[in-house]
Design a protein around this ligand. Sequence first.
Ligand SMILES: [Zn+2]
Length: 255
Amino acid sequence: MGPGIDPHRYLPTSGDVQKLAVAKAIFHHGLHLEGKMSEILEKPRPGQRTLAVSKGIPESDLRHADEGAHDPHVWFDPIFWLICVQNVADELAIIDPEHAPEYASRATIYLAGIRKTHEDLERIAQAIPKAKRVLVTSHDAFGYFGARYGFEVHGLQGVSTASETSTKDVVALAELLGKNRIEAVFCETSVPSKGLEAVLDSVNKKYGLKVKLIGGDDSLYSDALGEKGTAGDTYVGMIRHNMQIIARSLGHPSP
Ligand SMILES: [Zn+2]
């Protein structure tokens, strides 16, 4: 899946199916992020290894969606993502034992970078006034982020984008924004913004409140990396970009 592609809705092409069939190993998310690909990803062929990269995150730390499924967006808690990175490094060392020391040493460097980024994000988040830490986005991708950094989060759609937005969802979110006088909502790079636009329209009509729509280059990276050369072309880049945009839009003095 390339930059900006929504994994919840992605349907594998025949080329993808062929690649997966001949792959030595398959790394997949493990909490049904790739909702339309579970069958191919979870059924290894003889001689093939598959790894659910999110394995080992304690069940008690996983968030649940209304439908009883797990919230798959664990990468928004960098502390959980450390577990996933370690899983990948360990698996690579098993597949390619000759280079095991290199995988281990690079993982150590990468993990340290994620820890450092997490500390920076924590500092930025804490400087945003507590009452302003309300994050409203297109879909419910930021539950782990909210829990880690102290934000209340709301999405127009649930933890998956696979179902359509209903009028009821639009009305409910408009009410939340209007009653709480929320100043800004955020587009995501992998989800069309028209749902949020409908909500803002409704808030304006009903409450006379003009809510800012943070989009374009300031859209948040939720379920996909950015194009090469953008702030979000790496994991660390995307979570830094998100926090800076959120802080700037919610009244942080100098993110
Ligand atoms: Zn998502």
